[in-house]
Design a protein around this ligand. Structure first.
Ligand code: SF4
Length: 163
């Protein structure tokens, strides 16, 4: 069992931002910090959101990138693993096992049928369920996709033999 993360990505304080931009180290992980010609700050090639302010009105505070958030989350796991994971016995009856076996077999048959018939089923509940689906642009504008016309920025690396 695992515990869903209880912390969210955050904005660093002005002092912590200054320290991080100087050292490139955040939660004991090293990051590549660069500044572009427009004054934007990039962390491991990802542009960060930044806020200018503070008592002297010229300080910078950045928001964590996904990787920085990951580093902070990883250090919280290392510090207190018991708060993130637990091992417990879950009792299952013989009937539960049989039902699972039937369900797995059904899933297998569905996957096989879908592959054999080249079916591509849309699931609008997953478009931004956890992360934004990279196919949204094509999908929402009803662009017909096939191996010769993949979504923008993608290429087909697997072409099925035409029957
Ligand atoms: S946008 Fe992605 S998740 Fe949503 S229906 Fe299209 S392919 Fe499925």
């Amino acid at each position: 069992m695992w515990h869903k993360p209880q912390i969210k990505a955050k904005k660093l304080s002005f002092a912590d931002t200054k320290k991080f931009l100087k050292s490139g180290v955040y939660c004991e992980e090293e990051f590549k910090v660069t500044h572009d010609d427009f004054g934007e700050i990039w962390i491991n090639d990802v542009k960060t959101q930044a806020v200018i302010g503070g008592p002297k009105k010229d300080q910078t505070a950045i928001y964590e990138t996904a990787e920085m958030y990951g580093a902070r989350y990883m250090s919280s796991i290392i510090e207190a693993p018991h708060e993130h994971f637990a091992r417990k016995t879950v009792a299952r009856t013989e009937d539960d096992m049989k039902r699972l076996e039937r369900e797995l077999y059904n899933v297998y048959k569905l996957v096989k049928y879908t592959e054999e018939n080249d079916l591509w089923v849309q699931d609008e509940h997953q478009c931004d369920a956890t992360f934004k689906c990279p196919y949204m642009k094509s999908c929402f504008s009803n662009v017909e996709l096939d191996p010769d016309n993949p979504p923008e920025g993608m290429k087909c690396i697997y072409k099925k033999e035409k029957k």
